[in-house]
Design a protein around this ligand. Structure first.
Ligand SMILES: [Zn+2]
Length: 323
C-alpha cells in the first residue's frame, strides 16, 4: 500500500477509500434480533416491502448527497448482508457491513472464549459473512454503564480482531456514564490504536470535557444519533443541543475528530410498534435529516464548507481505511 488509496470492504466488494464520499457512520437498514428477518417476515410487512422501503429511504439520502453508510447491524441485531447488498445495488448508496456484537449475544455466543470470538470476527472481516463472501468492513461493540464478563470478552476479541486486520471499531456507549472512557481504557490495555476507534453515542453527552479528552487521546467522536434528540427516552440532549455540541467541539479545535450519523433504521424491530411510530413521526426525514437540517444549521453557526467536508468525507475515510 503506497499510502494514497486504500481499500474498504463494502457489501458489493472492495472500493478505494477515495470513492466513499459523504459517509454516515452509524445507520441500519433493519435492526432487530438474530434470525428474525428470515424467520418472521410477516412481522415487518414482508421482505419485498422492507427492501423497497429501505431503497426509497437510501435513494432519497443519495439525492441529498449521502454516498455511503456504515450499517452497524451486528449478528445479534439481525444482520442480513444479502438484504444490504440488494439495497445498496438498487439505491446507489455504498454500504459497509459490520462484525462484532451488540448487547444481545445469545447463550451460545456468551459461552465462547475471547479467542473464539476473535476468530469469528476475523473470519467475517477476511472471508465473509454467512457464507456469502461479503466481508465486514468494521467492528461494532457495545458497553452500557459497566462491563460484565461477557462484554469484556467481546471487547477483548474486538481488540484482537482490530489489531489482526486493522479494521475500524465503532462503539455503542452509555454516554451519561462516560462509558467511552471505560472502553478506551480496556481497548488501550489490549493494544488498540485510538485512531482506529470511533466512540459512539457521543452526542448523548452534555459534558464537553468527556468528549475533548477522548479526542485529545486520538479517538473519533461519533455524533451518531442526532435526530433522536427529539425523543425524551434518548436523554436530555435535544437536536439543537447536539448541533451546538458539535459547533463547540469545532470551535475547540476538534473538527478533525468528528463523525456523524442518524442511527434511524428503516425497520426498528427491537422497538414496539408504538415506539416505532413515534420515532418515525419525530424524524419524518429519515436519512436526509443531516443533509436537510444539520448541515444548514452548521452554516448558521459559522461552520464553513471546508469543515463540513472534513466531518462528512475526510474523517470517515481516514477512520475506515486508516489512510
Ligand atoms: Zn444503531
Amino acid at each position: 500500500v503506497n499510502g494514497s488509496a486504500r481499500e474498504v470492504q463494502t457489501v458489493l466488494g472492495p472500493v478505494e477509500d477515495s470513492a466513499l464520499g459523504f459517509v454516515l457512520v452509524h445507520e441500519h437498514v433493519a435492526a432487530s434480533s438474530a434470525g428474525i428477518l428470515r424467520s418472521w417476515p410477516a412481522i415487518y410487512g414482508g421482505r419485498t416491502a422492507l427492501t423497497d422501503r429501505a431503497v426509497e429511504i437510501l435513494s432519497r439520502a443519495r439525492a441529498a448527497g449521502v454516498q455511503s453508510i456504515v450499517d452497524c447491524t451486528t449478528f445479534d441485531l439481525g444482520r442480513d448482508v444479502e438484504l444490504l447488498a440488494e439495497v445498496s445495488a438498487r439505491s446507489g448508496v455504498t454500504i459497509i457491513a459490520v462484525t462484532g456484537l451488540w448487547l444481545d449475544p445469545s447463550v451460545t455466543l456468551r459461552a465462547r472464549s475471547v479467542e473464539q470470538l476473535a476468530e469469528l470476527f476475523v473470519y467475517e472481516l477476511t472471508d465473509g459473512i454467512d457464507g456469502t463472501g461479503i466481508r465486514a468492513g468494521a467492528i461494532k461493540i457495545a458497553t452500557e454503564a459497566a462491563v460484565d464478563p461477557v462484554g469484556g470478552r467481546i471487547l477483548h476479541a474486538a481488540a484482537l480482531a482490530c489489531m489482526a486486520t486493522n479494521a475500524p471499531i465503532i462503539t455503542h456507549t452509555a454516554a451519561q456514564h462516560r462509558s467511552g472512557e471505560l472502553q478506551a481504557a480496556l481497548l488501550e490495555e489490549h493494544g488498540v490504536d485510538p485512531a482506529r476507534v470511533a466512540i459512539g453515542r457521543s452526542d448523548d453527552s452534555r459534558e464537553i470535557d468527556y468528549l475533548t479528552r477522548l479526542a485529545d487521546r486520538g479517538y473519533w467522536l461519533a455524533m451518531d444519533r442526532i435526530p433522536n434528540g427529539a425523543l425524551p427516552e434518548y436523554g436530555g440532549q435535544s437536536v439543537a443541543d447536539r448541533i451546538d455540541m458539535i459547533a463547540r467541539l469545532v470551535a475547540a479545535g476538534h473538527a478533525n475528530r468528528i463523525l456523524i450519523g442518524h442511527d434511524d433504521p428503516a425497520w426498528a424491530g427491537l422497538l414496539g410498534d408504538e415506539d416505532q411510530r413515534r420515532r418515525r413521526a419525530s424524524n419524518p426525514r429519515s436519512l436526509t435529516f443531516i443533509s436537510d437540517v444539520v448541515l444548514p444549521a452548521f452554516g448558521s453557526r459559522g461552520i464553513g464548507s471546508d469543515v463540513i467536508t472534513k466531518i462528512t468525507v475526510d474523517n470517515p475515510r481516514r477512520w475506515l481505511s486508516a489512510a
